[in-house]
Design a protein around this ligand. Structure first.
Ligand SMILES: [Zn+2]
Ligand SMILES: [Zn+2]
Length: 237
């Protein structure tokens, strides 16, 4: 893919530079250690859905939502709480096509998966975009994050099995119940997956309704373990 070729050419031409403060002291990543330490790592969160807990509400490791209605996915890892400056790095990548942000975000996700010793799946499935959204944006940010991860861990990245068959209203404008209604039936599985352990990859998980819907579809079709990997988790409206 031309896009990835550009990323790798860039990597050779331009040495790593902290994208937040321009320091060149970066240990091979596009972020320096002090800026990395300042990021809001999502450590105090629900063990199942990664919902960030407020500081004083972490008596149970599982949030009220997951206790009431366990999600169809087995776990969700979201490296960061969605806040500045991660939010800016993600929106710059997603909406302004800043490729260098994408490179850093993939590096951060890889680092976090390794640090947390997450079980590795047989397949990575980036959340598909509907073709109309793909045309508008020019690329699928989840796929562009998944490709370097797949290469790093030696795991295939699936881009053919699952399609988003219905264009849905932008989820970010909707509340939780509306999101659930909006996304229902939006995906279809074109090819049966051979792998029984799959990681769904998305940039940001908000209410979880998108990954919920896709995980439900995979579980219905014989996948036994579905984990969710994301860069960030927001606290829903
Ligand atoms: Zn820095
Ligand atoms: Zn939860």
């Amino acid at each position: 893919m031309v896009y990835n070729w550009i990323i790798y050419t860039q990597f050779n031409l331009y040495p790593p530079l902290c994208l937040l403060c321009s320091s060149t002291d970066t240990n091979g990543m596009d972020i320096c250690n002090p800026c990395l330490a300042d990021l809001s790592h999502n450590v105090n969160c629900c063990r199942i859905c990664a919902l960030p807990f407020s500081q004083h509400s972490s008596d149970s490791p599982i949030c009220g939502n997951c206790l009431r209605q366990p999600p169809p996915f087995d776990s969700c890892h979201a490296t960061f709480a969605y806040s500045y400056p991660i939010s800016n790095l993600i929106s710059g990548f997603k909406f302004s096509g800043k490729l260098e942000n994408g490179r850093l975000l993939a590096q951060l996700l890889i680092r976090s998966i390794e640090a947390n010793r997450l079980p590795l799946p047989g397949l990575i499935l980036p959340i598909p975009l509907h073709r109309s959204r793909l045309r508008e944006r020019g690329f699928n940010q989840a796929l562009e994050l998944a490709l370097p991860l797949g290469r790093h861990f030696g795991i295939p990245v699936d881009i053919r099995s699952c399609k988003r068959t219905r264009a849905t209203e932008a989820q970010s404008n909707l509340h939780k119940r509306e999101r659930q209604r909006n996304i229902r039936g939006a995906f279809s599985l074109k090819i049966k997956l051979e792998h029984t352990h799959v990681a769904l990859l998305d940039d940001v998980v908000t209410t979880g309704s998108t990954v919920w819907e896709l995980a439900r579809l995979l579980k219905k079709n014989g996948v036994q373990q579905v984990d969710v990997w994301a860069l960030a988790r927001t606290t829903p409206l």
